[in-house]
Design a binder for this molecule. Structure first.
Ligand SMILES: C[S@@+](CC[C@H](N)C(=O)[O-])C[C@H]1O[C@@H](n2cnc3c(N)ncnc32)[C@H](O)[C@@H]1O
Length: 239
């Protein structure tokens, strides 16, 4: 390895450590804040994503955090693997699973470096792709797709791009920017425009099957959404 590679590798490890530690520090308030901020919609969006898993299916959760949705998946009988940079987030998840007598494989590592010989039936990236700059988000999306077996599912619950009338769009932008700036001040996310992941789907050989949106209160502007997508299966013949 050259010196510049050594330096880049060291810088990347230092970055992982810092981000992991920042999320460690956020562990105690993360779930409560997300529940209050979204009025329970973040949880609902993840629950809907998990409802697409069948018993016995192998699912990988990227950036799982404290993993309420991984617990939901394990309850449904899915075979769950979870990856996260934060030891403390995974520790909470381990206790949650233990409390219900459920099992999952928990991996504390950088998801970019995660590889497997056995692609998954489904990969879930919930409120995860949004923590990267665009180039890294696209890289992570492609990586997530590469971990799914052909014909398998990608489940994404996340903030939604602004849509609807202009007041609804402005509300979406202001509301979600408030959260982003707060998280940025805590060193958890970079500042960036909200993404429409669908734009990056064709490159990652993904097609959308379902989208469900979640509004502020009952009829307010759209703030969150769940996307159910499928990885292309080159062997599938159309009859
Ligand atoms: C915004 S939180 C979302 C957590 C969870 N999915 C949820 O919906 O509540 C992002 C999570 O990704 C983890 N994370 C950040 N960068 C990561 C990386 N490169 N590899 C693995 N996990 C990462 C953080 O530690 C954190 O738990």
């Amino acid at each position: 390895m050259s010196h510049s590679h050594d330096f880049l590798a060291t810088a990347a490890v230092a970055n992982d450590l810092t981000l992991g530690k920042n999320y460690d520090r956020a562990t105690w308030f993360y779930d409560l804040c997300s529940a209050i901020f979204s009025g329970g919609k973040i949880r609902a969006s993840k629950k809907f994503a998990v409802s697409h898993l069948a018993p016995g299916e192998r699912v990988l959760f990227l950036g799982v955090g404290t993993g309420e949705e991984a617990v939901m998946a394990a309850r449904r009988g899915a075979i769950v693997t979870c990856i996260d940079l934060s030891v403390k987030m995974l520790e909470v998840l381990r206790r949650r699973l233990q409390a219900e007598g459920l099992e999952a494989e928990l991996v504390c590592a950088n998801a970019f470096e995660y590889r497997t010989d056995r692609p998954f039936d489904a990969v879930a990236a919930n409120y995860f792709l949004n923590i990267f700059y665009r180039a890294d988000m696209e890289r992570m999306l492609a990586h997530a797709a590469s971990l799914i077996k052909p014909g398998g599912q990608l489940l994404i619950a996340d903030v939604s791009p602004a849509q609807g009338s202009w007041p609804a769009r402005w509300f979406n932008i202001a509301y979600l920017k408030l959260a982003m700036v707060t998280f940025w001040l805590l060193g958890l996310v970079p500042l960036h425009r909200n993404y429409d992941y669908l734009e990056a789907f064709p490159q990652a050989a993904l097609t959308v099957e379902r989208i469900r949106t979640y509004r502020f209160l009952r009829y307010g502007p759209v703030l969150f959404r769940t996307i159910i997508a499928r990885r292309a299966d080159p062997n599938r013949t159309i009859s």
